[in-house]
Design a protein around this ligand. Structure first.
Ligand code: ADP
Ligand code: MG
Length: 484
């Protein structure tokens, strides 16, 4: 679905802003030394601070602050050397303190930018409003018993980065591209593992509709969407729902909604007008966070090459299309694999093999690039045999499949299966002579001016040679002999 909905009364444009909660990759929590491993037994990773026992004091985890600053730097954002932790007050059974420690009026990271990569190879800039640090709450478990709710505090106090975008996104595709790009950047800098199934990356979607070019309308917010696909479906449904209301002369309610994955619909959860008054105030247990400018600069200097820079370099250095370069740089492992294969080989050929046959086979086998049965050296070896004309590109696909299944190298497979391309002129001439002798009618037609038959003759020669004849040579020999 594009970002424009054609209504009865004319077109409506989507306006979307995303709030993403990214869990900081840290062994300890934001204000305590308790562990954060996913999937632990309930309530086994809870310190007295996380359980909000009276008199306990939070102590800021410097490592988590460092990761938030590195993330801000990777988003090209302004780093605030002075920021404040606030208490966000509300009552909930899985929030034992009765408040969440967050950053409200003075977050650690200000304005930044994410460049999104679209299918047609073009890019767009999406503004980042802010990034702030906060603690996660615990989890209420409603499905263990019919008559009671359980509380698991393992998540309580886990460090989150909330990354808020400007309302710059204009379609479900752009929203998907934004989440994928942000996830890619977070994984490059190693500040969040981006695992949406485990809840390390959660997404709140804000969406409103407007007449193209006019002022923004009232938005609805869809909470905690946990996959890119669901997010795109939620946007599609919500856009249609809002257009129906607007076209009937109604107004969209400012409210929080939930996405139901079974029906691909959204439903109202609570109105924003009734939303809690959080009574934010600076947490008296924590000093303001003051950062040293030189330390921030040292973190900037230590960042890895980021996806956009790598993409530009791949386009420049290997002559790749923006689309292929974008696919290759999405994950650091894939980019490194490609670069190692491309070293000493034709870059475009290497890119085609990595994004095509290799990614396809890995996906089918459910493997990551780190578990590829065809190593960098072996894929390079296969490409060498194409480049030196030992095998054709078509036979190479067959060789690759056997390599992937058996773990053997290209030369072994080519030798064992007798797939070496025939480049001996004498041998090709013999096949061509035979094909001409077997097909006197077609030969006469060709000689009578039916040039189009050339393709058919090449096909016969390839078939007779079990696809092993060098195609260019088969063409040349045929052209010479047919002209007779
Ligand atoms: P809240 O805390 O109530 O969610 P914020 O001011 O933090 O409010 O805004 C949250 C998100 O809503 C941001 O990502 C912003 O881009 C988006 N947003 C703001 N106004 C609109 C609008 N009219 N339509 C769509 N998204 C919007
Ligand atoms: Mg919000």
């Amino acid at each position: 679905m594009s970002g424009v909905v054609e209504g009865r009364t004319g077109p409506w444009e989507m306006v979307i802003g995303l709030e993403i909660h990214a869990q900081v990759t840290s062994k300890a929590k934001l204000f305590s030394g308790a562990a954060t491993a996913f999937g632990a037994e309930p309530n086994t990773q809870v310190s007295l601070v996380d359980a909000a026992m009276p008199g306990m004091l939070p102590v800021i985890n410097g490592y988590c602050v460092e990761q938030a600053v590195r993330t801000g730097l990777a988003l090209g954002a302004e780093i605030k050397l002075f920021s404040v932790f606030d208490r966000k007050n509300y009552f909930y059974p899985d929030l034992p303190a009765g408040y969440q420690i967050s950053q409200f009026s003075q977050p650690v990271v200000g304005h930044g930018t994410v460049v999104i990569d679209l299918k047609d190879g073009s890019t767009r800039e999406i503004g980042i409003t802010r990034l702030h640090m906060e603690m996660d709450a615990g989890k209420s478990v409603h499905d263990l018993r019919a008559d009671a709710t359980h509380v698991d505090l393992n998540r309580s106090g886990v460090a989150l980065m909330e990354i808020v975008s400007e309302p710059d996104i204009r379609s479900p595709e752009e929203a998907g591209a934004y989440v994928r790009k942000l996830r890619s950047i977070l994984r490059y800098v190693g500040t969040c593992d981006g695992n949406m199934e485990e809840g390390s990356l959660r997404c709140d979607v804000n969406i409103s509709m407007r007449r193209p070019g006019e002022a923004y309308g009232t938005r609805a917010e869809i909470k905690n969407v946990n996959s890119v696909r669901y997010m795109m479906k939620a946007i599609e449904y919500e856009a249609e729902r809002q257009v129906e209301i607007l076209e009937d002369g109604g107004s969209v309610a400012l409210e929080t909604r939930l996405f139901d994955a079974r029906t691909s619909t959204t439903r109202a959860m609570r109105s924003k007008e009734e939303a809690h008054d959080y009574r934010y105030f600076p947490d008296p247990d924590l000093l303001p966070l003051e950062l040293d400018a030189a330390w921030v600069e040292s973190l900037r200097a230590g960042l890895p090459e980021l996806p956009d820079a790598k993409k530009a370099r791949f386009i420049e250095q290997f002559g790749l299309s923006p689309y292929d370069a974008g696919v290759l740089v999405a994950e650091q492992d894939s980019a490194a694999f490609f670069e190692a294969v491309a070293a000493g080989h034709d870059g475009k050929l290497a890119a085609n093999w990595v994004t095509g046959d290799l990614f396809g086979a890995l996906k089918k086998a459910g493997l990551g690039i780190g578990q590829s049965p065809v190593s960098v050296d072996r894929l390079g070896g296969l490409i060498e045999r194409i480049q030196d004309n030992t095998i054709s590109g078509r036979i190479a696909k067959e060789v690759f499949e056997i390599m992937f299944e058996s773990g053997r190298d290209a030369d072994t497979v080519i030798a064992e299966k007798g797939l070496k391309q025939v480049t001996d002129v004498g041998a090709i001439e013999a096949v061509v002579d035979q094909v001409i002798a077997d097909n006197p009618d077609k030969t006469a037609e060709f000689r009578g001016g039916k040039d189009k038959l050339m393709g058919w003759f090449v096909g016969q020669v390839m078939k007779a040679s079990k696809v092993k004849a060098n195609p260019q040579m088969a063409n040349q020999v045929l052209a010479k002999k047919l002209k007779g």
